[in-house]
Design a protein around this ligand. Sequence first.
Ligand code: NAP
Length: 308
Amino acid sequence: MPSIRLAIVGLGKIARDQHLGAIEATQGIDLVAVASRNAALDGIACFPDIHTLLASGVEVDAVSLCTPPQGRFEQARAALLAGKHVMLEKPPGATIAEVFALEALAQKQGVSLFATWHSRESAAVEPARKLLSERKVRSVEVEWKEDVRHWHPGQAWIWEPGGLGVFDPGINALSIVTRIMPESFHLVSSELSFPANRAAPIAADLTFESAGGIKVSAAFDWRQTGPQTWDIRVETDEGPVVLTHGGSRLIVDGKAQIVEEDREYRNLYGRFVELVGSGRSDTDFSPLVHVADAFMLGRRNVVESFED
Ligand code: NAP
């Protein structure tokens, strides 16, 4: 099969930190174009936006959307209507209805849509999933606490409606938990802390329950300075299973089992090549559904204003 000719849309932090290197390292896909209002790459065809790119005559087979979630729907829709395969950064969109509309459109157009969850590609996730399928899970506790000033300097969109606030990282934890849990679960309570001057929460405390009565609690907070915490602790009938460092380390019954280098984005592009090659899509929107529920059932608490 010839290599997929790919365009990146939105050449910002994650595109530069992860996508460019991962594309370079993946067989079967080549970067041929960029669409970004304020950024360009030497030696690559560059356009200010996806519409100009699609009208340019430059041949692309697929686009990878690395823009913020607000506005992503229009870009994805334009690409799908032009017959391009589409890879979506997380979260896949700003609303639930729009992502299901994209899924239906991709199917109608006969192209692949890949809603990516990079945290699911962390080294400990699949081993944890396998282990938990063989044990009885008693409870799950998620702690996802980081310093927003360090990780999102100057990013105004994350504080706007649709930017998700602390759920921008929190949805990564939910993408892991929805993958490793042996049964599905639903939200039962949500406390959201909104800075007085912002439209998105800076912290969230959630409780979920599975049909079988497993309690899942999650504490997300963007105000943590010093050491950062991205941990998921699962209590089982045979002892604790703990994922730390965002899912890249696994500790089983107190013993470290997996400590691996990050291959998340290389795995994602490898999977995208496979999906396009086999004419399939991968669209699990369950983490976004849980986040939407957190807003729907959320009690709004107003906290101290946040300044960058
Ligand atoms: P970012 O640094 O703000 O980059 C996004 C780029 O999209 C901008 O540089 C901008 O480039 C373009 N853009 C188009 N419309 C925009 C708009 N209305 N507002 C702002 N930028 C717009 O954001 P990012 O951190 O790369 O995040 C992008 C997506 O990747 C998000 O969904 C995020 O959750 C996800 N992600 C981020 C990280 C991370 O560590 N940062 C990790 C994993 C996933 P032009 O101005 O040139 O158009």
